[in-house]
Design a protein around this ligand. Sequence first.
Ligand SMILES: [Fe+2]
Ligand SMILES: [Fe+2]
Length: 334
Amino acid sequence: MKYPKTQFSKSIQDQDRVSSPFLIKYSAVATGKTGKPYMNVILTDKTGDIEARIFDQVPRFNAQAVKDTFVQIEGNAQSFNNRMQIHIKDLIVLREDEVDADEYLPPTFLHPEKLYAEVTTLIASMKDPHYKALMESIFVDDAEIIAKFKRAPAAKAMHHSYPVGLLEHVVSICKTLDFLAGHYAPHVNRDLLFVGGFLHDLAKIWELQFEKTTDYTTEGRLIGHLVMGVELIEKKIQWLEAQPGRLSEPFPNEKKLLAKHMVLAHHGRMEYGSPKEPACIEAMIVHMIDDLDSKVNAMRVFIENDPQLGMWTLLNKNMERYFYKPEWARKNPT
Ligand SMILES: [Fe+2]
Ligand SMILES: [Fe+2]
């Protein structure tokens, strides 16, 4: 038997009685002012997230309301500080076959196959035999990488944090880099720009786990996608050199170092997690375009999902400002 999804996060109103399954995105025990423990929970479904609280039987529910589990909840909705919150009175854990998983994951309006075709077309247009072979060894030959790359988000929260977001981000960047390669010709190397565009965030497919909700992996927390990206370059170059006839000469050391630099420098500054700051024009361009693409996406998604009526969004805490809402984003009072 399937538990029908009867209520969705987005449409829950103040004072609603809530009786529906949700997916748990986050849960943690906190202590209230009186010293009594309670639970902070974030529930999610395909329409978005909603906060919830559990005040009674915390030890029991703490063992059940675990991240990435489906639960049938019973509770009441209350508006608190302008945000909807569900007070959960009871919950039961559901098995995966008791829910329709599509109701709980954000729908994607992106087309992974089309976007991936854009990746292979750009790689086919590369001229440098070493950089081109390196890109092919990853994006054409490695089925495991390709499968993950077609599904991964680009981040846990900040930007492109939805399925296929990484692929969308990479294609958007590489198309911009293609334009800039012409604009700044002959002083920039188009192929090196592509190496940076394609590889800078690729290791996010291992830095994050994204089967249901997104979180960091242990490798992601301990190593991170910049160093993991460099390890991938090293591994793939060794693999290419071991394939008879794949390269006409060993991979030149200078090209290898530049490829690694593109990944290591893409966060731009040491305080943003880059162990090296951009030392060549291509690395500077990739850093700037990466930053631009992330910020445009973060603003667009925030404006699109803002619940306010009128011209201004709620406060965006990351950028510490309110955003102006253009006509397409304004909601009509219902
Ligand atoms: Fe990054
Ligand atoms: Fe990026």
